[in-house]
Design a binder for this molecule. Sequence first.
Ligand code: ATP
Ligand code: MG
Length: 423
Amino acid sequence: MAISQREFAEQVVRQLTNAGFTAFWAGGCVRDLLVGREPRDYDVATSARPGQVREVFGKRRTFSVGESFGVIVVLGPKSAGQVDVATFRSDGNYIDGRRPESVVFSSPEEDAQRRDFTINGMFYDPIKKEVMDFVGGEQDLVAGVVRAIGDPHARMKEDKLRMLRAVRFAATFDFELDVATAEAVQSMSDQIAVVSAERVAQELRRMLVDRHRGRAVELCNDAGLLLRIIPELKAVVCDRECWTQLHKGLASLVEPDFALVFGLLLDSVIGATEQAGTIDSRLSEVVGRRLKLANQEIDDAAWLLRHRRAFDNAADLPLSRLKRILANSLAPDLIALVRARTLAKGEAARDVDFCEHYLKTTGRDVLEPSPLISGDDLIKAGFRPGPKFKDVLDRVRDAQLNLQISNAAEALELAAQFMPDND
Ligand code: ATP
Ligand code: MG
């Protein structure tokens, strides 16, 4: 029978316990279970050493990741995925502002101390159904507080990524940041620069697709992180109206993908700097490369920005123009972006309503009909292939989308008119 990840994670604890070791679920999965969320993944913490973990589950079903941290991945059945099993440990000195230099294997109490926030520092025994909380995590979870374990300054200094994690947990759980923890982040927010762009981007993605994305942006700004990560937003942050509008826009997006939210952030930058004449049409490229986003994310956001005003006076646009835009797979995102901006500015939604309705009621065969002729047809008709072909075919395509021609004969006739005389 197919077992779930949760059942498998329970089996892992049971097997370790039966082999004479202590084993608990640990960290984020305990937090999620206590607030009634589905954990993204289950982590097990145990007294077994990495080699012993591999003996219990067999070499073939395990592999070691981050050898020096003592983390072993245990592979479950297909339906269950995998569970990370880590030996209880304390972290040694931190190097490079991200990673401990060494670790020593230790007790559950000490293992809790190395974790970042109290809500992430609890253990759960799925067999006895008992929470083990050495850090006051349950209390903070009930109160809705993200609080660093131990001295917030020291903890943020060890690992600068924790600054962003603090904001992410506060935003996505709609929790408060503990005052001392928030102060620690503020006091060293410039240090976020030592964290790799990839890890920063990972955190950004998770914050921005979440429905609390507006609060995440707010908290990042309060913490002094936002403009360190995307300095281009300065013009928006400094303009109360733009800032308010950005928040309204962010709140109006429904389950957006990251590129759309990223696009909306940059759209607000363009909106805020337009008067100053400092539009950078390559904004997505510039910011996206710096954040080491995926090419697809950068390209998608760039397309949205290139078309940010494409729906202006939509009902008067040539059909060829409208259809080309709406046939793009990003059209629903563009509609969402334009709608978000329109709503936020309190403007009439006529144009975007028109486009959305047109997209909804127009069949794919009308929006994106098969071309009437190809380059091969032009060659067969006796035209010499050349750089002119693309332009001619584009104009023929326009005529087709504008419903001016409807068959191959008409298309060829039109193409002949567009061809230079002597060709
Ligand atoms: P989510 O999986 O929802 O992002 P999480 O808390 O499970 O949240 P993970 O990155 O999966 O986050 O880490 C699992 C646990 O490992 C955390 O709950 C925390 O106890 C510990 N942990 C992760 N990253 C850090 C860090 N940078 N510093 C200290 N402890 C950490
Ligand atoms: Mg996790």
